[in-house]
Design a protein around this ligand. Structure first.
Ligand SMILES: C[S@@+](CC[C@H](N)C(=O)[O-])C[C@H]1O[C@@H](n2cnc3c(N)ncnc32)[C@H](O)[C@@H]1O
Length: 389
């Protein structure tokens, strides 16, 4: 195993627990090949950890351990076992994010579990190189009857010079699954669906909609397959509009309403959310509850100001569309927007809509997306449950 040395004045972050080392922090980066495991030393030649490198990527090293140990099958198995033990403690049904990359100290790997179907993203060169080992570890832990789907279409892979590809190891699997969350059943096809198939990160937040659902008119904007709106229906909403720009996900949301035998009034609207809110702001009947759960607006730090303007505009229309005294669940899943900035954005949006609000609760990612306290990048989901006055 090769040694890797940090440049002078680049020691502090990695020594303090941060798991990434950038290409400009490394001495002699040309010395290494993609996916190689390296021993990392600070500029005073003291050992600080074991990690893997891709010299072609801006985030060149991801630290795997602070101990000088072998990175082998049992290392990967122990990391997955420890992540599994946490999920088994937290959830009584096997539907969750089983492994959350840096949040579970196994950078580059995401595994979502839908009972005996495992949807995996291998987002770095090292993770891809160890694909067979990761797959075998899952067979060892869960038996040979499980199916594994490689949802390797995350654009992060391009930064690692990896191709984008989605495949099911069981070739007969057509992608259809039914998952369970908050005692609600949801159908989706994980081969066609977004990301790993479902957004487990909002599970705890979706529970909070139960407080304000009874007899309410709810709008689930950016609905995907309907998670928020289905929770509202379960807790007595009288009417739910599901709004998304994808007809496929709206078709799933519709199936999910039937699957759970919900009989309240529902509508499935294929439309840009801002256009929908602009129309709604002119309507007499305004919703009691509005969910705003958009995709990440900030794709890179450089575009942050543009994205902030986008969030302010979106939330301004949310404020203009809600009933007086109504409730908004508003979220951002952009890792570059921190919680304080998000409150600032919502204040700016309220001001430009001429509205006031109270914060009832902050919203964050679910327990199966643990936050690494040394890496703000793992703390990506921010939200507010507010009442508009
Ligand atoms: C983060 S996902 C929503 C997740 C969902 N709320 C949940 O909890 O399962 C974002 C959704 O917004 C949709 N979307 C993206 N841009 C949109 C737009 N401008 N108007 C309407 N829908 C949009 C995507 O199709 C996707 O389903």
């Amino acid at each position: 195993m090769k040694n890797l040395y940090l440049k002078k004045s680049c020691d502090k972050r990695a020594q303090n627990g941060y798991l990434w080392i950038f290409s400009n922090e490394i001495e002699d980066i040309g010395n290494y090949s993609p996916g190689e495991v390296v021993r990392i030393f600070n500029s005073s030649k003291e050992f600080i950890g074991i990690g893997y490198i891709n010299p072609h990527s801006l985030i060149s090293v991801r630290i795997l351990s602070r101990k000088d140990i072998n990175i082998d099958e049992s290392f990967i198995e122990n990391r997955i076992k420890s992540a599994l033990a946490l999920r088994e403690k937290l959830y009584h049904k096997p539907f969750y994010r089983l492994l959350y990359s840096e949040g579970d100290f196994l950078p580059g790997i995401i595994i979502d579990r839908y009972n005996d179907i495992f949807s995996i993203q291998l987002n770095t060169y090292w993770a891809e190189k160890n694909k067979d080992l990761i797959i075998n570890t899952l067979y060892n832990l869960f038996g040979n009857n499980i199916n594994i789907v490689l949802k390797n279409d995350n654009k992060m892979r391009l930064l690692e010079t990896l191709p984008l590809k989605v495949e099911s190891l069981n070739k007969d699997f057509n992608g259809d699954i039914i998952l369970e969350e908050n005692d609600i059943k949801m159908y989706v096809n994980i081969l066609k669906g977004q990301k790993t198939g479902y957004y487990f990160d909002q599970r705890e937040n979706k529970k909070k909609i139960s407080f304000v659902s009874k007899d309410s008119y709810v709008v689930d904007a950016f609905s995907y397959i309907g998670g928020w709106g289905l929770n509202a229906l379960k807790h007595g909403a009288k009417k739910v509009d599901f709004v998304d720009c994808s007809s496929y996900v709206l078709e799933c949301a519709k199936q999910n309403v039937s699957l759970n035998k919900f009989s309240a009034q529902t509508d499935f609207i294929k439309m840009d959310v801002i256009d929908f809110l602009k129309n709604l702001s002119q309507e007499k009947e305004k919703p009691d509850v509005l969910v705003i759960d958009p995709p990440a607006y900030v794709k890179s730090k450089k575009k942050i100001n543009e994205a902030i303007k986008g969030y302010i505009n979106l939330n301004k229309w949310a404020f203009k569309s809600i009933k007086k005294g109504g409730f908004i669940f508003t979220c951002s899943c952009s890792q570059h927007i921190d919680f304080e900035k998000f409150i600032w954005i919502i204040n700016a949006a309220a001001r430009s809509a001429g509205k006031k609000f109270k914060i009832l609760s902050p919203l964050s990612q679910g327990f199966d997306h643990p936050i690494n306290p040394k890496m703000s990048e793992t703390n990506y989901l921010k939200g507010l449950f507010i009442q508009v006055l």
